[in-house]
Structure formats: structure tokens, C-alpha cells
Design a protein around this ligand. Structure first.
Ligand code: JFZ
Length: 436
């Protein structure tokens, strides 16, 4: 029963089934690459450096003048993404600093006017599409360079302490309506000049005092325009439209740990994660996640029905650095042998309980359950309560070698599997159970 007035607000008339269909490739893909690249690769100390160090346009100009990515070769990026098992990639076409990697006719603050002298977005698209990788645009709603973008609590020029008078003084010549038009024009450019775009990742809203939200961006109109120009596109939830039933395609839990991700089960979501802490290339950051941790995030995402968007911050010369390559290689090795437990998989039916040290994923079409051994037992066996009458066959995923059922110990509905004493040569080995 739907009572009039209780129906949620809607922007369009797509049904839930149509939405599921539109998003099918994305929910199947599970693993994508985020790429944060801009002028902030030069200072190499976080993409928020302008904010953190309160740098003026004038003092930031040197990075524009110096920008010269002589090693930029997106074909290499695309190959690296593909080898890691990633199925889509999202590039920062413009980050908060306002610099555009694409050739926009609405600004001079763009890659074509630097020593790079070319449209870097165009080259990214060509290269990734050639590898069969879906393509997405990150576009920053925030713009610290545009003269009309009103100073707010996140602006590098923000007043401290915060008072209405201080903001008003800084904003007397800034006009949000003009900036809103600029933003609308650039998004329109991005979605009309570059062919089919699979994802738009708009970032981000912070409504409230000295913040910005849907009325500032013109989010309703913007989203309608986005959907009109690219009917198949998938849009993130950062336009401040969460009270619209169809305003959001997916949630974006950012930099959260595996435990936190369990809360998103049943929703449509993608966690974005950095290797270290910064999204932009950060030379001196030494807190890199271990390869195991990255793998944990990938498996845990799928085990809870979500995607992982793993970020790389290319250097100012346009390359992934060695630390990034090493991490991607390691994920690629695992994915090469085990990706069947990732693609087209989701959380297991509730009847399957995962014992301590195990995470489950499930492919409902082929009725396979994937048992990820986060801890490898030294007892030579694992015990799965309630699995026996549901399981037909067990094998390791990486080599299709049989994992024998211990018929003596498998009493009642308990399934006991015999494992090799020596752990297979994967950080987290996977057993594939073929279900009845
Ligand atoms: C934003 C950006 O500021 C950041 O530089 C990066 O691009 C990241 C992917 O997205 O960071 C955010 C945005 C929103 C929240 C947190 C960090 N949030 O709503 O909690």
C-alpha cells in the first residue's frame, strides 16, 4: 500500500528493476581504479595542499607553469589497471584546485595551456577503452581557483575565526550563480564531447553554515542534465540529493575499515580507498597499506555486496610510482588466479555462516560459494557447520585441485574439508564450493 504523500521524491521515472539493469555491469565489476591527478602532484604533499597551507592562486601558479608530464602514457596506466583485475577507472577531470585535465572552452586553467599542451582526459579515455575498461569522470563541485566560487569553510582563503562579516567581505565580488553556470557548462562539455561515459563521480557536498549543498550546485537540474546527456551513466551520491529515491546510484564510504563495511550490506555501494592517506601523489607518505590489507578490502567489499575503487596518484611526470606498481602487481597476481570469487559475486545467503578467519562470497548464477581463508589452519582441516547437505564438491580456486571432504569427520550436517599442511602460495587462498 502506497499512500499519496508518502511516496519519496523522484527526479525521473526509472523503476527499481531498470536501475538494477542499468547498474549491472558495475555491480558485476566489483573492482575499479580511482586516479587522482592534477597540479597537486607537483607539491606532492596531498591534493588538499592549497587548503592545508592556505595557498593563494598567485602562489599556486608555479605548479601550473611547471606542469610537464613527460612520461604520461595512459596506455601503460590502462594495462596496469587491467593486470590488477580492475574493470573500470575514474579520473579526476578537475579536482578542488580547479585545474582541468581536459580542454574546456570555459577556462584557461587547463592542461592544454600547460607544457603538456594536450587534452589528457581524451588520451585517458582512448587508452582505457582500448583495454575494455569502463570509464568514469570525477568532477569536483568545489573549485578553489574560480573567481566566482564563494569562499567557504573549506576554501584556502577562508576567514579564521569564521564570521558572517568576514565571509561577506571576501565574497562581495563572487557570484555563485555564475559559478553554478560554469559547473553546469563543464559537466555538459564532459558528457557531450567524449562519447559514452560510464560513471560520473561528483564531489562533494557539505551543506550548512559556511558550506555548500544542492541549492548552491543546482543539483536537481544538474542531475537531470547528466541523465539526459548520458542515460546509462552511473552517478555517485555526493550531490546532496539523498532524499530523492532516484537521486543516488551508489553510496561512497570513504577510507573506512573492513569492519565498517559490514554495515553497508544490502545497499548499493563502493568504498574508495587510498594506498596511503593522500589521494594525490604524496612523495613523503610512509604509511602505505600492506598488500594483504588491500586484498582484505577487496574481498571484504564483495563479501558485503560492494565495490572497491582503489586510488592511484600518478606523479608529476605522469607515472604510477614504484610503490603503486608493486601493490597493483600483487593484487594482479591474486586476481589472476582467484578473480572468480570477485566478479559477479556478492554476499553469501544467510544460511551459510562464516566461521572466524573466513569470509564468503557467492555467485548466485552458478551456485558457487567462495571460502576465503584469511587464517590458514594448522590443524589440516576446516569445519563448516551446516554446509554438508548443500555442498557437492570442493576445490581450490587458483589451481582447481580437489579439496577432499573428510567423510569420517563430516557428521550430521557438518562439512570438514582436508587442507594441505602447507598453505598454498597465496596470501588469502580461496576454496570454491559447488553447491547442490
Ligand atoms: C573528497 C575529496 O575532498 C578528496 O580530495 C578526495 O577526492 C576524495 C575521494 O573525496 O573527500 C571527501 C569527501 C567527502 C567526505 C570525506 C572526504 N565525506 O563526506 O565524509
Amino acid at each position: 500500500l502506497t499512500l499519496p504523500g508518502f511516496a519519496q521524491k523522484r527526479l525521473g521515472n526509472e523503476t527499481a528493476a531498470q536501475k538494477t539493469k542499468r547498474m549491472e555491469w558495475w555491480t558485476d565489476a566489483r573492482f575499479g581504479m580511482f586516479i587522482h591527478w592534477g597540479l597537486y602532484a607537483l607539491p606532492a604533499r596531498h591534493e588538499w595542499v592549497r587548503n592545508a597551507e592556505r595557498i593563494t592562486n598567485e602562489n599556486y601558479q608555479k605548479y601550473f607553469d611547471q606542469f610537464n608530464p613527460d612520461l604520461f602514457d595512459p596506455k601503460k596506466w590502462a594495462k596496469e589497471a587491467k593486470a590488477a583485475g580492475m574493470k573500470y577507472a575514474v579520473l579526476t577531470t578537475k579536482h578542488h584546485e580547479g585545474f582541468t585535465l581536459f580542454d574546456s572552452k570555459y577556462t584557461d586553467y587547463k592542461a592544454t595551456n600547460t607544457q603538456a599542451k594536450r587534452d589528457l582526459v581524451k588520451e585517458f579515455l582512448d587508452a582505457f577503452r582500448a583495454e575494455g575498461i569502463k570509464v568514469g569522470f570525477y568532477y569536483s563541485l568545489i573549485d578553489w581557483h574560480h573567481p566566482d566560487f564563494p569562499v567557504d569553510k573549506y576554501h584556502p582563503l577562508r576567514p579564521q575565526p569564521e564570521t558572517d562579516e568576514a565571509y561577506a567581505a571576501l565574497n562581495k565580488n563572487r557570484d555563485m550563480a555564475k559559478y553554478r553556470k560554469y559547473l553546469y557548462n563543464q559537466v555538459t562539455e564532459l558528457l557531450t564531447k567524449y562519447g559514452k561515459i560510464d560513471i560520473l563521480w561528483a564531489d562533494f557536498s557539505y551543506p550548512g553554515k559556511y558550506g555548500k549543498g544542492r541549492n548552491d550546485w543546482g543539483s536537481v537540474e544538474l542531475l537531470k542534465q547528466i541523465r539526459k546527456l548520458q542515460p546509462g551513466i552511473i552517478v555517485d551520491n555526493r550531490l546532496d540529493l539523498n532524499d530523492y529515491e532516484d537521486g543516488t546510484d551508489f553510496e561512497t564510504p570513504e577510507q573506512v575499515g573492513p569492519k565498517e563495511l559490514e554495515k553497508y550490506r544490502g545497499k548499493v555501494w563502493e568504498t574508495c580507498q587510498t594506498f596511503s592517506g593522500s589521494w594525490g601523489y604524496h612523495r613523503d607518505e610512509n604509511t602505505w597499506k600492506t598488500n594483504r590489507k588491500l586484498l582484505d578490502l577487496l574481498i571484504t567489499s564483495v563479501a558485503n555486496g560492494g565495490n572497491l575503487l582503489l586510488n592511484v596518484g600518478p606523479t608529476a611526470r605522469g607515472e604510477f610510482d614504484n610503490r603503486a606498481n608493486t601493490a597493483l602487481d600483487s593484487l594482479g597476481l591474486w586476481m589472476h588466479a582467484n578473480s572468480k570469487s570477485i566478479y559477479h559475486c556478492t554476499f553469501a545467503p544467510a544460511e551459510f555462516k562464516a566461521p572466524e578467519g573466513i569470509k564468503l562470497t557467492y555467485n548466485k548464477d552458478i551456485k558457487k560459494l567462495y571460502v576465503h581463508l584469511f587464517e590458514y589452519p594448522n590443524t589440516g582441516s576446516i569445519t563448516l557447520e551446516g554446509y554438508k547437505d548443500k555442498t557437492k564438491y570442493a576445490q581450490f580456486l587458483h589451481d582447481n585441485s580437489e579439496v577432499q571432504i573428510d567423510n569420517e569427520k563430516s557428521t550430521g550436517n557438518t562439512l570438514v574439508l582436508k587442507l594441505p599442511k602447507k598453505k598454498p602460495d597465496f596470501e588469502i587462498p580461496v576454496i570454491e564450493l559447488t553447491l547442490n
